[in-house]
Design a protein around this ligand. Structure first.
Ligand SMILES: [Zn+2]
Length: 525
């Protein structure tokens, strides 16, 4: 007897193998049988005739750390067929919290949806207990953020850590790993992670390595310095003896197009030499981050409060004007018109406008507009940056070492114009890139959404349709599946995702969220 049988679908098991026509039998939260179950009975039988039956999609790069507490149904991810979120990316996790970083903790975390969630914990272990107790529709895996740990010890100070401070940080990493973190993330482009020296990063990565965790890195530079940045994180991971995931691999800025392709060749070289290094990417030619992150390091040193103070000081704007002549982010050469305001809590009328248009609206020049909006939003303005080569984006995502990761988050009540990746990433790959452009096969695309990230983040019983694996299953229509979210209208449900099963329970049936919350916190080991 089975609790659930999915009948007559075409199974793509997540390994990359060709499709197999078979039924899937589930008992409790586990897949028990794959084969002919036409004589078997079950409490619930799902007819999957004409549909693809795949493992539930795993998002290895997600920022729902806090917003999941507001929308534990994770509606915009369940709608994409996603059953597991890896949070704590880009150096930022909501724990550990100390008296030193308590004030700054919300400013370290992405998404307007994260700002209002109360922090009820101090240690990483207490945070995981809260996350475990939360009734949610998806599974969660948590990384600890290096930036959060650094801020917990020494605030957002722009200097190297002392030996004693690094030892304190090592203890925080160990505590998080003991509690069940999957690894540690770096945010080397952000305050305060950007101030860490090599020795600090190697020592902390070594602690992660001791527990068999993964090091996930938002690199120091994703523009002209991309190759040097890949070499930097590979060298840190090699010395520390830790598995490496390069987050959202891309080359930003027109003059840097082609560098992501070169970075992949470099990654391949190290894989040939026996290193466990891979990457993830999202299928869009625009990225999204804080507006402040596009300014030079000296003006953001010390965090948002220091930034706001500095912007008011005489001479700051003049110095910025001189340094940003070529474009934002210095060597990345991002033009004002390529940057669109996606979230401005205090100047909603500017959302959806480029910095050029926002400046026109305010009757000032673009830099003055940046200063004005950052001041009004207390440094928390978020932007979308259109600076990647669409051809290179498709090539990167089709590479065998690259998993699909959205870099988005659960958004309970959409405000502004969030990046469409939070609504369309997975269906977009299957529709636009696989069915329409044929940049890779369908079994290969499914592998990149399932077993590839599962293996990387230590999810040993997920990511495959096999007896004994957890019953996380996504059933979709291969002819229909696609995203509908655009930069102009991002808050739109994708098409073609029919049923989603998490731990044996349906969370999406015939395209509608069931309201059920069978998701678990998955601790490492
Ligand atoms: Zn990042």
């Amino acid at each position: 007897m089975f609790d659930l049988i999915i009948k007559g679908g075409l199974i793509l098991d997540g390994s990359g193998a060709p499709p197999l026509r078979a039924d899937v039998g589930v008992v409790g939260d586990t897949i028990r049988k794959v084969g002919d179950l036409s004589r078997e009975q079950a409490e619930l039988v799902i007819d999957a005739e004409g549909l693809i039956v795949a493992p539930g999609f795993i998002d290895p790069h997600n920022h729902s750390d806090l917003s999941l507490f507001t929308d534990p149904a994770a509606k915009n991810y369940v709608a994409q067929g996603v059953t597991t979120l890896v949070v704590g990316n880009c150096g930022s996790s909501p724990a550990p919290v100390t008296d030193v970083n308590r004030e700054a903790i919300h400013e370290l975390l992405w998404g307007e949806a994260s700002k209002s969630v109360p922090i009820k914990w101090s240690s990483f272990s207490e945070y995981l207990t809260e996350l475990e107790g939360l009734r949610k529709s998806v599974n969660v895996v948590a990384l600890v953020g290096h930036g959060t740990i650094r801020a917990a010890v020494m605030g957002c100070e722009a200097r190297e850590a002392t030996d004693r401070e690094v030892r304190e940080m090592e203890a925080f990493v160990a505590e998080a790993m003991e509690a069940g973190a999957a690894g540690m993330s770096l945010g080397l482009m952000y305050v305060p992670g950007m101030y860490a020296g090599r020795e600090e990063l190697v020592r902390l990565a070594k602690v992660v390595g001791r527990y068999g965790g993964v090091l996930a890195t938002h690199m120091r530079n994703e523009g002209a310095g991309l190759i040097e940045s890949v070499i930097e994180v590979i060298s840190i991971a090699r010395e520390a003896g830790v598995t490496l995931e390069i987050s959202h691999l891309k080359a930003a800025g027109r003059s840097n197009w082609g560098l992501a392709r070169k970075a992949l060749t470099l990654i391949e070289y190290y894989v040939w030499r026996g290193m466990d290094v891979s990457a993830d990417a999202y299928p869009y030619d625009a990225s999204s981050t804080f507006l402040s992150a596009l300014l030079p390091g000296w003006v953001r040193a010390g965090g948002a409060e220091a930034l706001l103070r500095r912007l008011k000081e005489p001479g700051t704007v003049e110095r910025l004007r001189e340094e940003l002549k070529a474009g934002l982010m210095g060597e990345r050469f991002i033009k004002w018109e390529d940057v669109v305001i996606s979230s401005s809590p205090s100047m909603r009328e500017l959302e959806g406008l480029s910095l050029i248009d926002a400046a026109r609206e305010l009757g000032v020049d673009p830099l003055s507009a940046v200063v004005e909006v950052l001041t009004a939003d207390k440094g928390l303005t978020e932007v979308i940056i259109k600076a990647m080569d669409p051809e290179e984006v498709a090539e990167v995502i089709a590479h065998p070492l690259v998993a699909v990761g959205s870099d988005g988050l659960v958004i309970p009540e959409p405000k502004g114009k969030p990046h469409p990746r939070s609504y369309g990433t997975f269906p977009r790959v299957l529709g636009r890139l696989v069915r329409e452009r044929k940049v890779m096969s369908l079994p290969e695309a499914i592998r990149k959404m399932t077993s590839l990230p599962a293996r990387k983040f230590g999810l040993l019983d997920r990511g495959l349709i096999r007896p004994g694996m957890k019953a996380d299953i996504t059933v979709f229509d291969p002819i229909v599946i696609n995203d509908t979210a655009t930069y102009e209208e991002p808050v739109r449900k994708p098409e073609g995702v029919v049923h989603v099963i998490v731990n044996g329970e349906p969370v999406l049936m015939n395209g509608e969220h069931t309201g059920r919350k069978p998701g678990t916190l998955v601790r490492r080991g």
